[in-house]
Ligand binder design. Structure first.
Ligand code: HEC
Length: 141
């Protein structure tokens, strides 16, 4: 199962090579633009980075009053259909739940739970961005 996922991701935009910026030599059906799902992921990553930067810039490192948008994950076209597997469908609601919990009680702990939800889904869909996601943890700074 893991081998199949790795194989599927090896030629997808979420492969580790894509992370380093080197042009991956991939299957001919690799689209040039970002898929709707990948675009949402970039926005999700951006809001974590922005939130963390705002907290770090605050002299008190306060989480009070911060909130995160809940981006839609289901029903968006992925780069490749194999990315939206059973693992993905199982983890999408857990991610939404983590966002809800952060919004109702923003803290480093609930923020890191969101980062963990990103990580948990990626482990079983596309491991490429895992390293980048790890940098979003509030204790990674
Ligand atoms: C439910 C599963 C799931 C969750 C939750 C999830 N991801 Fe993703 N992520 C994916 C899949 C699948 C892709 C590949 C999308 C594609 O290429 O169409 C992806 C792609 C990405 C990419 C690469 C985008 C690109 O330019 O190709 C980044 C970065 C990323 N995710 C970061 C995050 C971050 C940060 C979070 C949490 C805020 C997160 N992901 C939550 C499944 C998930």
């Amino acid at each position: 199962m893991a081998a199949i996922v790795m194989l599927a991701c090896a030629w997808a935009r979420c492969s580790p090579q894509a992370e380093s910026g080197s042009a991956p030599k991939l299957a001919p059906n690799q689209p040039n633009g970002s898929s709707p799902l990948a675009s949402n992921m970039v926005a999700m990553d951006g809001q974590l980075q922005a939130t963390l930067e705002a907290v770090m810039a605050d002299p008190e490192h306060s989480w009070e009053g911060r909130s995160l948008m809940s981006h839609e994950l289901l029903g968006l076209e992925p780069t490749d259909a194999s990315m939206v597997n059973a693992h993905f469908e199982e983890h999408a609601p857990l991610y939404s739940l983590a966002i809800k919990q952060f919004n109702s009680s923003p803290s480093a702990q609930t923020y890191n739970a969101v980062v963990q939800a990103c990580t948990d889904c990626h482990l079983g869909t596309c491991p490429g961005p895992l390293e980048r996601i790890a940098k979003r943890r509030s204790d990674a700074h």
